[in-house]
Design a protein. Structure first.
Length: 385
């Protein structure tokens, strides 16, 4: 038993002796870690509100007849673009043509009576010089001549009215635009100024886009747009997209804001005008309008992949002039298109790591290579419901 305890004691002493021996390997400092980085630069920057909206035609004309009759022909192709003044429908014209001929005959009769009265007045004036007729006879001739003049004017007006009715049998487009389906078919009886339109024309080369939002947003939007007008040659650009984010129109403009707030919802009508040359915006369509809300003269944007979140802190890896990495706490704003708006924590010229940060520790030396994509976007859209 004594021999066993002695053996164990010797083994322990050897182990302690081994631990106390200095390592034969020398300390090898770590090599620089390869990272991709970009330098932050200041640039003009606009924050956009992304708001729900609805498309409204620039002009809408309901085609209605101005005379009553039977539709005898449709003179346009449904679903096509028509020009102002282009014939659209034909109403049976025979009754109106007969009215025109009757009015022409009445005018001719009145003109003939007037000519006779003027000849008689001329002869009476000659006889008046010799005293062969009384003054009263001459006065009566003047009265008859003037009365017949009035009848001629009345007959001319009647003829013009009948001619207008005949012209109205051809129903023409009051505006240029796209005409959809016919609402009254050939053979249908229509009445003057009836409640049912024959067709509807919508002018959609430009369209209105109506946004209904809280009145509190209006001041921010106006401020941003006014700032952009001062710093750029053109007003702030408003873009229109569909529900999937596909761009439908650019270079929109703020047309006006309503002077009345909805008492129930507190919403205000904001009307925009957008170019629609390719007619991708359809009246009644629900879209999203990107409207500027805030403008920054010198904004800093950083790629999303550069951000490190740990223990509730938002940080980024910075590379100093000596090529060493350090964590920097930043205050970030909106995120869009893969970039954050930086409110504080960075300054122009700072170099930040966008790739390889997962291998870094505080104070490590780094070998910097340019990031593949160093472009920064120039605007951010904020979604507001």
């Amino acid at each position: 038993m004594k021999r066993e305890f002695t053996s164990i004691a010797l083994l322990c002493l050897l182990a302690l002796a081994g631990c106390s021996e200095p390592s034969s390997e020398k300390y090898q400092p770590r090599m620089a870690v390869n990272v991709a980085a970009v330098k932050v630069s200041a640039q003009p920057f606009t924050v956009f509100y992304d708001l729900p909206a609805r498309v409204v035609a620039l002009r809408t004309a309901e085609i209605r007849p101005q005379v009553s009759g039977i539709i005898t022909g449709r003179l346009f192709e449904q679903g096509t673009t028509v020009e102002k003044g282009q014939p659209l429908f034909q109403i049976e014209a025979a009754p109106f043509r007969a009215e025109v001929n009757t009015a022409k005959a009445a005018l001719a009769r009145s003109e003939a009576a007037l000519a006779l009265a003027e000849n008689q007045l001329k002869r009476l004036n000659e006889l008046k010089q010799s005293g062969s007729v009384s003054v009263q006879s001459v006065d009566e001739a003047f009265y008859q001549r003037d009365q017949l003049k009035a009848e001629v004017q009345q007959a001319q007006a009647t003829l013009e009215r009948r001619q207008l009715d005949l012209d109205f049998t051809v129903i023409k487009a009051p505006i240029a635009g796209r005409v959809d389906e016919e609402l009254v078919s050939v053979g249908g009886l229509v009445t003057a100024l009836g409640t049912t339109p024959l067709a509807i024309i919508r002018q959609v080369d430009d369209v209105y886009v109506d946004v209904r939002q809280k009145a509190s947003l209006l001041s921010e939007m106006r401020t941003a747009i006014n700032q952009l007008k001062k710093t750029q040659n053109s007003p702030a650009s408003i873009s229109i997209s569909d529900s999937n984010g596909n761009l439908l129109s650019e270079n929109g403009s703020l047309l006006f804001t309503s002077m009345k707030v909805n008492e129930n919802s507190g919403d205000l009508l904001i009307r925009l005008q957008a170019d629609n040359a390719d007619q991708t915006l359809i009246p009644g369509m629900f879209v999203r309008a990107s409207i500027p809300s805030q403008y920054y003269e010198n904004a800093l944007l950083i790629p999303q992949q550069a951000v490190v979140r740990s223990m509730g802190n938002t940080q980024i890896w910075m590379v100093d002039a000596d090529g060493q990495a350090s964590l920097q706490t930043v205050d970030l704003g909106s995120l869009k298109d893969g970039h954050y708006l930086v409110h504080s924590g960075l300054k122009p010229g700072d170099e930040i790591v966008v790739s390889g940060g997962d291998k870094l520790q505080e104070g490590m030396s780094v070998s910097v290579s340019p990031a593949e994509d160093t472009s920064l976007v120039s605007r951010v859209k904020q979604g507001k419901q």
